[in-house]
Design a binder for this molecule. Structure first.
Ligand SMILES: Nc1nc2c(c(=O)[nH]1)N[C@H]1C(S)=C(S)[C@@H](COP(=O)(O)OP(=O)(O)OC[C@H]3O[C@@H](n4cnc5c(=O)[nH]c(N)nc54)[C@H](O)[C@@H]3O)O[C@H]1N2
Ligand SMILES: Nc1nc2c(c(=O)[nH]1)N[C@H]1C(S)=C(S)[C@@H](COP(=O)(O)OP(=O)(O)OC[C@H]3O[C@@H](n4cnc5c(=O)[nH]c(N)nc54)[C@H](O)[C@@H]3O)O[C@H]1N2
Ligand SMILES: [Mo]
Length: 825
């Protein structure tokens, strides 16, 4: 099954235009050019997708946008600011759902019509009154436990206008709430890694790209798509990660991509990259097969295992079949993962003989038993013995927020906090203990809604779900991000009140009772750094236009509610927008001064309208992860119980979980190609899109570049398409026992046989209010399974789903994903 990536495969690539943009939009701007740009009506701001230059015409209207930091590859997300601001699916004014309004006297008995109802416009005053009344009622009747304000989501960049932080700051001050644990990104890895490596690892700076380019001989891009996912960062992209990919391409380093799809990263690397398609969710057998081959040749690094690890002997026994009678040979692995035994042997030899860096992404842990993949990856790297050597070992964040881009010398910009920095007199924290006990792993939201009061295992604890009566979501979109949306939709009918703050009529807004129109980040002033690891720039995020329609900043909304609850002084700390920014900037400036980094004073910085770049640090450039540990494991132990890498964890073994044992193991997922029933013979993967950040920007004109048959595209292998009489461009229906979605077929060899790739983030667009409503836009989470990764982490399993696909024979239903609901036109 192994395929050598060849340029001929490029002919299958649709509309990608990845390489076309080099030099487009003249991204390089000197300080002088910036100053000039400002005079010409160009404004500097930033988004997750990097620092931006915004062009504004003489009437103040945004005409175009582009990068404010040079980069060789075009980032399409940077080009649609005008489209975001003036989008036809913006929420224009506060709205309340009709059924909710009609049922106000009986609010404790919800009408079950969320997501299938019309809306009624109300004034801001009416909205505040309504919310205040409901909040007081719920707080009095049920306490803080009744309110879920976990509000997971990617919001917009900025350290002041942080949507969910502001919600939680208000909730903290006004009497408490229940929150969430973990995230959707690394739900499994961030819980298992502290047991194995002593840190979450996934959000740590890996060995610098400069060191990799100089020292590595082999780079394995394992379940990662650096070209796509480095377009963004949690703060703002520093725009450097993808340039390093181009350097990698030119370096002569052998690059291997292990992925069920030929990703945009493999596409950019072209002939420099060998694509090894793997069956989804079977990386653990592949890694075990490689380890078996290492042991068979006595290539495993016994000195390293002895000095730096615990439990290698137990794992070795498992690999050789002494534990369960199954030797994890390359042949055994090949049968499961679809990579030939010959190729597995070749990989073992290649990794053993060369300095090898594993650049691992996260899709392979966003699946049932997802804890095992990263644990097994660390195990494989330990067997190779290169952890802590320049250019060897593993990095779990090269694909994310530009990990590996050298860290700069910098002061770090703080955020507004969930609790006021000064503490709070009105802050009665009695609720904190219970609310902390009742917070639940973020992806267990449907479980919590369906089973209030139920107990469940998590990381060695037994926890209890809260009884949620009121939900406020601010800065996230659960009706795209959560799995098995039909199940969420049912559970979502149970609370008494649901409030959503959003700039747009997302499916989540359409499923709310009270909807508040939020500004976009282009309608307010803020600050951000770039590069979550590099701390490369500090960027003024300047207001580009006035708030559209009646939209208000989340900050203003929660400040007003704080006033009504008598905690305004604590919420605002006496500051307005610009004094907050001056205050936060003052802290970064002070930190910089201590390190002798010259920075302008706030006023000057703000007026200059330019991106400030922090100085290069030699330490950052030469950073080798775990070099200190390797040099002296006694002086620099890991944060694990043994201080070493725990290939076997007594702590986990003592939890006695069948679905997560004391060492990394192959535990077949509940659904995968190895057990797919005849009616659902294909595995659906849901990678992150090149043209969106999750669901953000699906509503913009970028969609014209990728939509097929006016739906989300689905990649299907020519053999699977032919067997079903599906042609490129066809409208298709993808379905399983959980639901059904429409999509547009892209027939391509870029996806492995028996695998469909439907990118996450298409706006959920149910045809009606029924239990198995057809999603007309192609949201993969209608089909994904809603089940915890295991008793350990309870992470999401968005990559786990078997499905079938057929040509859609009915009349194409009208797409309504980007149409405001009835009553809201
Ligand atoms: N099947 C499957 N599911 C997945 C994944 C997958 O790979 N496969 N990936 C998962 C991952 S890793 C993640 S992180 C999640 C992401 O899921 P989300 O973070 O929920 O996705 P976003 O689309 O970024 O949602 C952010 C929302 O905030 C709104 N917003 C932006 N700025 C503001 C603001 O200033 N104020 C307010 N009030 N709202 C604002 C945006 O309009 C948008 O609707 O999805 C997860 N779901
Ligand atoms: N443009 C863009 N960038 C983003 C995001 C976005 O939505 N858009 N989201 C951001 C966020 S919040 C996150 S968490 C990260 C996500 O980062 P990741 O989770 O690493 O990204 P994915 O695209 O889900 O998956 C990476 C690759 O893994 C492959 N894959 C899927 N299943 C398997 C498997 O079983 N085995 C192997 N070997 N490979 C598999 C996919 O085909 C894909 O090419 O990206 C961030 N960056
Ligand atoms: Mo994520």
């Amino acid at each position: 099954m192994t395929k050598q990536h060849s340029s001929s495969r490029r002919s299958f690539i649709r509309n990608s235009g990845l390489l076309a943009g080099a030099g487009a939009l003249s991204p390089t701007m000197s300080a002088k050019a910036f100053a000039q740009a400002a005079k010409n009506g160009q404004i500097i701001t930033a988004a997750h997708w990097g620092p931006l230059v915004i062009n504004v015409d003489s009437s103040g209207k945004v005409t175009s946008s582009g990068p404010a930091v040079p980069a060789k590859l075009k980032n399409p997300l940077q080009t649609v600011v005008a489209d975001q601001i003036y989008n036809k699916v913006r929420i224009k004014q506060p709205m309340v759902r009709k059924g909710f309004l009609d049922n106000l006297d009986n609010v404790t008995q919800p009408d079950g019509k969320r997501g299938d109802d019309e809306f009624v416009p109300i004034s801001w005053k009416e909205a505040y009154d309504l919310i205040e009344k409901q909040l007081r009622r719920v707080r009095e009747a049920y306490g803080a436990d009744g309110i879920f304000a976990g509000s997971y989501g990617w919001r917009s960049s900025g350290v002041l206008h942080k949507a969910f932080t502001l919600l939680q700051r208000f909730m903290t001050l006004s009497g408490g709430y229940v929150g969430h644990l973990g995230d959707y990104s690394t739900g499994a890895a961030q819980v298992i890694m502290p047991h194995v490596m002593g840190t979450v690892e996934v959000y740590e700076q890996p060995t610098s790209w400069e060191v990799v380019l100089r020292e590595s001989k082999v780079v394995v891009i394992w379940s990662a798509n650096i070209a796509n996912s480095s377009q963004i960062a949690w703060s703002a992209s520093d725009c450097q990660g993808r340039d390093y990919l181009l350097k990698l391409k030119e370096s002569g380093i052998k690059v291997i991509a292990i992925d069920p799809t030929l990703s945009e990263t493999a596409e950019i690397l072209g002939d420099a990259c060998e694509w090894i398609p793997v069956n989804p969710t079977t990386d653990v057998p592949l890694m075990l097969g490689i380890c078996h081959e290492l042991m068979a040749n006595d290539w495993h690094d016994k000195a390293f295992l002895e000095k730096y690890c615990v439990g290698a002997d137990i794992v070795a026994d498992y690999i050789q079949g002494k534990e369960d009678g199954i030797a994890k040979t390359p042949e055994w692995a090949a049968e499961i993962c679809g990579v030939s035994a010959e190729k597995i042997r070749e990989l073992a030899k290649l990794f053993h003989e060369n300095r090898t860096m594993f650049m691992a992404g996260w899709a392979m842990q966003r699946q049932h038993h997802g804890e095992q993949t990263h644990w097994m990856l660390v195990t494989l790297a330990a067997f190779l013995g290169q952890i802590g050597l320049p250019g060897g070992g593993f990095g779990l964040s090269y694909h994310y927020s530009n990990g590996g881009v050298p860290e700069r010398k910098a002061g770090v910009l703080p955020n507004i906090g969930i609790t006021p920095s000064s503490g709070s007199s009105a802050n009665n924290k009695d609720w904190l203990l219970t609310a902390t006990e009742l917070s639940f792993p973020v992806a267990r939201i449907s479980d919590a809604l369906h089973n209030p009061g139920a107990q469940y295992p998590y990381n060695g604890q037994t926890r209890t779900y809260p009884h949620i009566r009121l939900i406020w979501w601010c800065g996230g979109n659960p009706f795209h991000h959560h799995q098995d949306l039909n199940r969420l939709r049912k559970g979502w009918q149970k609370p008494e009140v649901i409030i959503v703050s959003e700039p747009y009529w997302t499916a989540t807004a359409k499923h709310a009772d009270i909807v508040l129109p939020a500004t976009t980040s282009y309608e307010r002033n803020d600050l951000t750094m770039t590069g979550d690891y590099s701390n490369m720039h500090i960027v003024p995020m300047k207001k580009v236009v006035e708030p559209q329609g009646e939209a208000k900043d989340d900050y203003e909304v929660f400040a007003e509610l704080s006033r009504r609850f008598g905690v305004e002084a604590e919420f605002t700390e006496g500051r307005g927008e610009m004094s907050w920014l001056a205050h936060l900037y003052g802290q970064v400036e002070a930190a910089a001064r201590q390190q002798h980094i010259p920075m302008p004073r706030f006023r000057q910085f703000w007026d200059e309208n330019k991106v400030y770049e922090n100085p290069i640090s030699e330490r950052g450039v030469e950073w080798v992860r775990y070099a200190d540990f390797r040099k002296d494991p006694v002086l620099n132990p890991l944060g694990t119980p043994s201080g070493k890498i725990e290939l076997f964890s007594k702590t986990i073994e003592a939890m006695n979980y069948e679905d997560c044992r004391g060492h990394a193991s192959w535990l077949p997922p509940v659904e995968y190609l190895g057990n797919a029933p005849e009616e659902y013979p294909l595995h659906m993967v849901t990678p992150h899109s090149h043209y969106r950040l999750h669901s953000q920007l699906n509503q913009t004109s970028l969609r014209e570049q990728y939509a097929v048959a006016n739906r989300e595209p689905v990649w299907i292998h020519p053999e699977d398409a032919q067997a079903r009489d599906i042609a490129d461009g066809d409208l298709v229906r993808i379905y399983n026992g959980r639901g059904q979605v429409l999509a547009g077929a892209v027939v391509t060899e870029r996806v492995a046989k028996r695998v469909l790739a439907l990118h996450e983030g298409a706006w959920y667009d149910p045809a009606d209010g029924s239990d198995n409503a057809l999603c007309k836009n192609g949201c993969g989470n209608v089909l994904a399974i809603d089940r915890g990764t295991s008793s350990l982490a309870q992470g999401n399993t968005g990559q786990t789903a078997v499905v079938n696909i057929e040509k859609y024979s009915g009349e194409a239903p009208e797409l309504t994903a980007f149409t405001p609901p009835k009553g809201a036109a």
